[in-house]
Design a protein around this ligand. Sequence first.
Ligand code: GUN
Length: 278
Amino acid sequence: MQILDGKTLGKEIQEEIRLEVEKLSKKPHLAVILVGDNPASKIYVNTKNKTCERLGINSTVITLPENTTEDELKLKIKTLNEDSDVNAILVQLPLPEHINTANCIKEISPIKDVDGFTPENLGAVICGKQPYAYPCTPFGIITLLKRNNIEISGKHAVVIGRSNIVGKPLSLMLLKENATVTMCHSKTKNLKEITKTADILVSATGNRIITKDMVKKDAIVIDVGIIRNKEGKLEGDVYFDEVKEVASYITPVPGGVGPMTIAALMKNTFELFLMQNK
Ligand code: GUN
């Protein structure tokens, strides 16, 4: 069994980007909008900000109060679209409940859409075309597989979770890499029978569900879950200690998919900057 070490690879990718950014006279600029005070979101935004700083990427965090209206948020996005100094825009999710997320996301200029969440970018992914940016978590996972020389083509990939952020785009990206893809979700019947046939098993549910008996021998197991347990420790969807007994490769939590997502965000920011400065 081999650990898929996202922490080390994420650092490597960050270093590659840092060296490229160092050569530039003008620097990339990521703007992050954070609405309200979701504690987890605040931590994520802080991490993104600090990583930018380390890589020589300019970053601005725009903090808006919980009672911000949809129109006010859209106006902010419009201002950033028009600001030629900003290359990448990220609206941290989840947004407060009174705001329609899809309505706001579609206001982001596709070429500045660092999350790849706009209809234009997701539409490109559906068509098997290159978007301006791929959603960061799926992009990080594909990078983790490829840089560990794991063959995707012809494999049966089972993705649990159908979110717009992870499950849906990742399924399409695995399909583009010629995997045979099965999408599972909370209403799937006989989940175990399906996961038992997975060569690549991705779990993105936020619930502790993946036990050893659900995993085929020598499967590649990717854990997207981040759950804080009663002791305050982070753990994933996968019962790591038992599943590692059967898997050929497995991502730990923390230190697997999380750092790859951050690395993908930095890569996207850098690439959007290059596209806008051609
Ligand atoms: N919240 C959780 N994951 C993400 C992400 O990848 N992008 C944004 N914008 N918000 C998130």
